[in-house]
Design a protein around this ligand. Structure first.
Ligand SMILES: [Zn+2]
Length: 149
């Protein structure tokens, strides 16, 4: 095949083939089988978002080694990202608990009410809000809503 034609053929093949991308999405212990190699009883699997030709196509679950290979990264790199994701998940969960606490809900309602009235929170309001936050944190056993546990 002449080189020019070969180039056209290879470009056409590349365009025709759906482009599949796998992106790190997190880690879970709810799935323990690697969908790539079939290994079972894994401690955890890496959740990968499948993107085909730019559109999301659900998720796949790979063991750490297979995920590292699929992502073109090291096992260590994947595990570090997994750790960061897990930490973020816990922080988000704590923050959600905090935001759902009745004392915090009350503070938010009051602040929305004041804002709707165009009023700045008074000193008394701010003290009350600070106490409510302290109470919610004490109830939830946290010293800071962003605390890493
Ligand atoms: Zn595997």
């Amino acid at each position: 095949m002449p080189p020019a034609l070969a180039a056209v053929v290879s470009t056409a093949a590349r365009i025709a083939k759906p482009r599949e991308e796998l992106l790190f999405a997190g880690v879970t212990d709810e799935r323990t089988q690697c969908e790539r190699c079939g290994r079972i009883e894994l401690k955890r699997t890496v959740v990968l978002r499948r993107v085909i030709d730019g559109s999301p196509e659900g998720y796949v679950y790979f063991g750490v080694d297979c995920a590292a290979e699929a992502l073109g990264r090291t096992r260590k790199g994947v595990l570090e990202e997994a750790q960061r994701a897990e930490l973020q998940r816990r922080i988000d969960a704590r923050r959600a608990e905090f935001e759902a606490h009745p004392a915090i809900v009350a503070v938010r309602r009051e602040e929305e009410r004041l804002e709707a009235l165009g009023r700045a929170p008074s000193k008394r309001h701010r003290e009350w809000a600070a106490q409510a936050r302290a109470r919610a944190m004490a109830d939830l056993g946290i010293t800071d809503p962003t605390e890493k546990r």
